[in-house]
Design a protein around this ligand. Structure first.
Ligand SMILES: [Cu+2]
Length: 283
């Protein structure tokens, strides 16, 4: 029986490794300038973790095989207090491996969050709420109209509390889908009206929480025109599954013309663009 168990452990290990090595299920194509660095880091991490996993499972199977009940032995089991030296050794090795991976990975992560967005970035304010996304664009004057929670009125579609008495809010647009330029840095200012939500576009290799009471600034550069699914990746309530939208990456000229449009025209054109672009093929 011990042998059978050992072989089962080895087969499960082999199949688990094959799932990854086969490469059938992997990330969709990356569409941001930081995607290659992030994918490289992910590959290094999964190789290190995969090798450790395989070694541990093969070792486990080997122990099961070696110390199986052969029916002939009359030895009694011995109790061991363990080995402090071994405990220290494998704790230190694990810590070194994980800290090294963490330090290697943080540079990409930090570059998108801790530095200021490059000058000339296209800025969009993102206000998440149960259960929809609101994207706020500055309009022709490049100035965001003032917002105040006291003006929030979902009934009259003022989801973000735009102050109508502020002159710079007159040309602003608020939409339910995100549209950004290609090959130009984009800064998102992420806020939430109620609970924690999470902005996630897998192709962008970008995922960030939106936390009530905080404005989180992040930036990235998308480098492929197209339509991508944008999901809330934080379980945020009963209708969380409905909190999905699109991110459109369009040529700079399209952004310029959208920016010059009044709100209603902006909405119509955005709807047209959403119909026009196809989602990437996931096969
Ligand atoms: Cu959400």
């Amino acid at each position: 029986m011990g042998r059978v168990l050992a072989v089962i452990i080895w087969i499960i290990t082999l199949l688990s490794v094959l799932l990854f090595v086969a490469g059938k299920w992997w990330f969709p194509e990356g569409i941001s300038s930081h995607a290659p660095a992030l994918d490289r880091q992910f590959l290094i991490t999964i190789l290190v973790v995969g090798i450790s996993f395989t070694a541990a499972q093969v070792g486990l199977g080997w122990m099961v095989w070696k110390y199986r009940d052969t029916g002939s032995s009359t030895d009694r089991a011995v109790y061991s207090h363990g080995s402090n030296r071994l405990e220290v050794l494998w704790t230190v090795i694990t810590a070194v491996v994980f800290i090294t991976l963490g330090v290697m990975g943080q540079s990409v992560w930090a570059s998108l969050r801790l530095n200021d967005a490059p000058p000339g970035s296209y800025t969009v304010e993102v206000v998440a709420q149960q259960f929809q996304w609101n994207f706020h664009y500055a309009g022709k004057d490049n100035k965001f109209g003032r917002t105040d929670p006291k003006f929030i009125d979902d009934g009259s579609l003022n989801f973000i509390g735009l102050d109508a008495s502020d002159a710079s809010s007159a040309d602003d647009a608020v939409t339910a889908a995100l549209v950004i330029p290609v090959n130009r840095p984009v800064e998102l200012r992420l806020r939430s009206k109620d609970v924690i939500h999470n902005f996630w576009v897998p192709q962008l290799r970008f995922k960030q929480d939106l936390v009530p009471g905080m404005e989180i600034k992040v930036h990235f550069t998308a480098n492929k025109v197209g339509k991508y699914e944008l999901a809330c990746a934080e379980l945020c309530g009963q209708l969380h599954f409905k909190m999905r939208s699109y991110m459109l990456v369009v040529p700079e000229e399209e952004i310029q013309s959208l920016q010059a449009m009044p709100q209603e025209q902006f909405q119509t054109r955005l709807a047209e663009l959403i119909n026009q672009y196809q989602l990437p093929n996931y096969q």
